[in-house]
Every structure is written in C-alpha cells, then in structure tokens.
Design a protein around this ligand. Structure first.
Ligand code: J2J
Length: 558
C-alpha cells in the first residue's frame, strides 16, 4: 500500500481497524467469491452462447491467471477491461482478482478518447477486450489505443488477429499450471481490487480505487439486502462492468450467493423478456428508461414474467408513477437503488411498504455508513430539508485515484465524499433524491460530465466555446444540449470534420465529428444551440441556470 499511497487515499487506521474488528473487512481476495463451498457443478454463468458451472468458471479463471502471469502480468498491474456481457468478462475479472492485478472497468460504449485516458491515467500495461460485439470491431479500437498509449499487451476474446487470443493465454496457463506450482491467490484486503469509473464532473473522468476489503464487503451485504440465494437467477442486461450491475448486488453478489447469472448482450424487450421465462429469472437490475421500455412491451405483448421476484431500479430517479406500474405489471417486489461507483449505496428493503418503495430511494446499505445533508456552507440543514449529500463509511472511497488536487474539493477535510446529489431525509432516515448540484447530465442512468463534453466540443476548430446542460426528456429523464459559440476568427481547412466556417454548426455534423474523434455514443449531444455569447453569473461564470431557462423557453416556443 505504501508505494501506492500517493495514488489512493487509505482509510484512517482507526476506521480500518474498526471495520476489521466488526468483521466488515475480511482481508480476503474477491476471488474467494468462487469459494470452494460453492457446488462445483451448479451453473454459475450463462451468456447468449455458452454456460459455465462454478467449477469450470474457477478452473478457467485460474488457468487464465496463470497464462497472464506467464506473459508478464503481475500483482498491482492495471489492466483495462472492456467487454460486452459475455462469459469471458467474468472469467477475466476473476483471473485478474486472483493475480492481484487491477481491472479498469471500461464500458462497451467507450472509444478512443475514453480508453486513451483510462490507459494513461492508470498506466495500464494491458487492454483486454472481445473481438467484436454489437457490430463493432474492438481490435480496430485496440490498434488505435496502442498507438496512443504505453500499453504492452492486448488480449482478445475470440479471434485475436495480430493480438493474443484469450483462449491461447488460457491454454498456455493450463499447460504452465501442470509444470509449475500454481499461483497462490493473494489475500491482501487493503490492495486495489478494481478501478471503477466516476460519472465525472471534471474534464477527464476520475478513476475510483476500490479495495478487496471494501468492495467485497459491499457485495456481501448487498447480496443479503437484495435477497439473493443459491436459488436465485440474476439477469444482467445493463453493462456488467457498471458498479450497479457488478456490485449492487450485481454479478458479484449473485455469484457470492451461489446463484446463476444470466448475461445478456441484448437489451431490447422483445429479445430479453423471453429470457426471463426461459431461465426463470428471479432478479434483475434496470435503469428507469429500460424499466419503462419493458413495461410498454409487457402491456402490449403476452410475456411470462412470473418468475420475477425482485426488480431493482436505480442509476437515475424513478418516478412514483413508473414505480407503481412496475409492481403492478410484473407482480414483483420493487427495490429502488441509489448508488454511486464511489461507494455509498442506498436500497429500499424488500420488506418495506409502498410508502418507502414507491417514494424514496432507500436507506444506506451499512449501519456503518454515515450520511449528512448540508447547506452550501457544509452546516447541517434542518431535518427533512433539501441539501447536499455527504457520506463516508466502510466502502466509500476517501479519494480518487491519483487526483490529490481534485480530492481536496471532492472530499471534506474529515473524509466525507461530496456526492453532488441534492437530497432530503424522511423521518425514518430514507433518502429522497431531489436534484443535483454537480455539473453532470444523467442521461437515463448514463452519466456525462459537462466539463468533459465541453472540452471535446471546444476541440472542434469551428467552435470557440461550449456550455453543456441537461434538458428534460420524457423517455430518458434527461438529454444533453450543447450551447456553442462559433469560431469566427479562425479559418480552418475545408473538409475538416465536414463543417466549414461558413456553415451553421449542425447537430449531425457535430455528432459525426465527436464520433470520428472516438467519443462514446452516449456522450454525443442530443441538441445543439448556436449563440453569440453565454449568459454569466454575477461572478462572471457561465450561468448554466440561465442556459437551462433559455432552453425551456425555446422548447415552449417549438
Ligand atoms: C436518483 N439518482 C441516482 C437513483 C444513482 C447502484 C445504483 C446506481 C449506481 C450509479 C451505482 C440514483 N435516483 N436511484 O453505482 O452501485 C445518480 C446520483 C449518483 C450517481 C452515481 C450503484 N442512482 N443516481 O448510478 O456512479 O446522481 O452509479 O450520485 O453511475 O447517479 O452514478 P454512478
């Protein structure tokens, strides 16, 4: 830990000891999720094409770990992982855990811009991806990322082309394991298990250092709160790398409980809902727009969802209207989940009544979670009033990875994380999310940092300034609107990014430009408005509030 202490902020020793004494932190590697007590021939994971028992998953992961080790991957190495919802994701994740190497949890939608940043920020030695998925060739992306970064290795599930194929790595590992002593699984709870991604408020998204101790604790506790047992069947439709579907209780929680995990690459209701009947799915995690799409479909088509016991909804605020419909149509328990990759996760409990499950976002997972609701000056608000949510606890980070400057403002001096969420507490201590103070767009659960998108937009030669705000959307909750000021001075070569300086900056042209420079699709603006100047606050800063009002006026006129 000492060598990496400038990279991440450990919990103060007193707290750490307390969490150990209380049995929250076990000093165990998360590989033990696949522990020996699991029934080896029980099905662990099923994807669109394959399935593995717990025994096979464990064997494969260990072989992969051995193979990766032979190729030079070591404890403490950071490795960017980018997979669709496929079995190889789970195998590789546990292989890296076993090695004590640290996966950086990229999402399938990420492209050159994001991957370049993850690789350089984490000084990753390797990138592991699938050959292709969803019509996209990740090997082409790997080639570009290699050219931009210091990556030493690329491993590809499927046809590796010029890169190592994971199958070969696994086979080499199997052979190696026969001749050499097998690798021990390193139990060092304080060491990093993985680097999660922050929704972000900065130009470049921060990495979130999660330790084996803290993440494993949140996974175990979440599995209990979610009611997962070895009879559960957990369906993962959102990207498995996301903190929600990975750990709340997610794929890891389901495996910890000895359940069966179904990984689906499909999200469209007509493709996914039949899986529920076929596999007798009991538990699923959804963002509100996806829950809505499923409802719409289920109301028009005959679908058998009677195996569903718990539908979790989180990532963005669920309206009480939609909440009621979910309970009625799916005839299941609804669990609202208000979490964050930085740590704190709130859940409504399965035994809670509708006053809580329909109208609140739950209460903290752990009795050791501390939450405070404060005014702008960090003093507590009157009980029940809206304020900024601050939190610290046994699985909430004390600092972002390698970000001491940002950490000085993202955390209070006494270690509370400033969530950027505006909430109020009910009398029973349940949290109701009322809004957001952070400069971020929550596009149906996908987070977009305004600063990051603005910087990308200003990189366009035709744009001199940009300000990004959320606009209301009936389906996604929020969409992204980019206000831009055209660059009048600077002429730039014709043909560049298909926008000439005579032309207006159109939405399609701007989206094409961003796509071409390798920005994830979900970050592309949904609307662009060209203006001459930005309204400012009395401190001379761009007034996002005024821009949102302008937008509402335009929308009312339309
Ligand atoms: C309103 N806003 C919510 C909710 C998250 C479980 C569930 C979700 C996430 C997640 C997660 C919300 N109502 N129910 O990591 O483990 C917004 C808040 C929060 C931010 C965190 C998990 N659930 N949000 O969404 O890191 O603004 O994590 O601060 O992606 O999403 O985003 P993220």
């Amino acid at each position: 830990v000492s060598s990496s202490s400038n990279l991440f902020t450990p919990w103060p020793e007193a707290e750490a000891n307390r969490y150990r004494t209380l049995g929250l932190w076990l000093n165990k590697n998360m590989f033990h999720i696949l522990s020996d007590s699991r029934v080896a021939d029980k099905l662990a994971v099923i994807d669109d094409n394959k399935q593995l028992t717990y025994g096979q998953l464990k064997t494969n992961s260990l072989a992969l770990a051995q193979g990766l080790y032979q190729l030079g991957i070591r404890t403490g190495d950071n490795v960017v992982l980018q997979f669709p919802n496929r079995i190889e994701f789970v195998e590789t994740l546990f292989a890296l855990f076993a090695l004590g190497a640290v996966p950086v949890m990229a999402l399938p939608a990420h492209r050159e811009q994001e991957l370049k940043h993850f690789c350089t920020e984490s000084q990753a030695v390797a990138y592991i991806c699938a050959d292709h998925a969803g019509g996209f060739d990740y090997r082409a992306l790997a080639r570009n990322v290699c050219a931009l970064t210091q990556l030493k290795h690329v491993f590809v599930a499927g046809d590796g082309q010029e890169f190592y194929s994971l199958d070969d790595v696994k086979r080499a590992g199997e052979l190696g394991a026969k001749s050499k002593a097998s690798l021990p699984v390193v139990d060092n709870g304080q060491s990093l298990a993985l680097l999660q991604l922050s929704g972000g408020t900065t130009n470049l998204p921060k990495l979130i250092p999660r330790t084996h101790d803290d993440y494993f604790y949140s996974v175990r506790e979440s599995a209990a709160v979610t009611g997962l047992t070895n009879e559960s069947v957990y369906l993962c439709v959102l990207p498995a790398a996301h903190n929600f579907t990975l750990s709340s209780a997610g794929v890891l929680g389901a495996l910890y409980a000895g359940a069966t995990v179904i990984l689906s690459e499909q999200v469209a209701p007509d493709r996914v809902l039949p899986i529920i009947a076929k596999q007798r799915v009991t538990t699923v995690a959804l963002v509100p727009p996806l829950a809505n799409a499923w409802l719409q479909f289920a109301q028009k088509n005959r679908v058998d969802t009677n195996s569903l016991q718990v539908v979790q909804v989180g990532g963005a605020k669920l309206t009480s209207v939609l909440a009621k419909q979910i309970v009625a149509i799916f005839n299941c328990k609804l669990q609202q989940v208000f979490g964050m990759a930085e740590g704190l996760v709130n859940y409504t409990r399965l035994h809670d009544g509708p006053d809580k499950t329909l109208f609140t976002q739950g209460c903290p997972l752990s009795s050791e979670d501390e939450i405070k609701v404060v005014a702008n000056d960090d003093t507590p608000v009157v009980n029940g009033e809206v304020g900024h949510l601050l939190t610290r606890g046994p699985y909430t980070i004390r600092g972002y990875y390698n970000a001491s400057e940002h950490n000085a403002t993202a955390f209070t001096p006494d270690g509370f994380y400033r969530t950027g969420d505006l909430v109020r507490l009910t009398e029973e201590g349940y949290v109701v999310v009322e809004g957001r103070a952070k400069d971020q767009i929550n596009r149906g659960g996908e987070k977009i940092s305004a600063a990051e998108l603005e910087e990308l937009l200003v990189g366009h030669p035709g744009i001199s300034d940009a300000a990004v705000v959320a606009m209301k959307d009936s389906v996604l909750g929020e969409k992204t609107c980019a206000f831009v000021i055209k660059n009048k001075q600077q002429a730039y070569p014709q043909g560049v990014n298909a926008i000439s300086n005579q032309q207006a900056i159109t939405l399609p042209a701007l989206r094409r430009y961003l796509r071409e420079i390798g920005v994830a699709e979900y970050k592309l603006p949904d609307r662009v408005v060209c203006v001459e100047v930005f309204p400012t606050t009395k401190f001379g800063k761009v007034s996002k509030k005024a821009l949102r009002e302008t937008l509402e006026n335009i929308q009312q006129l339309a």
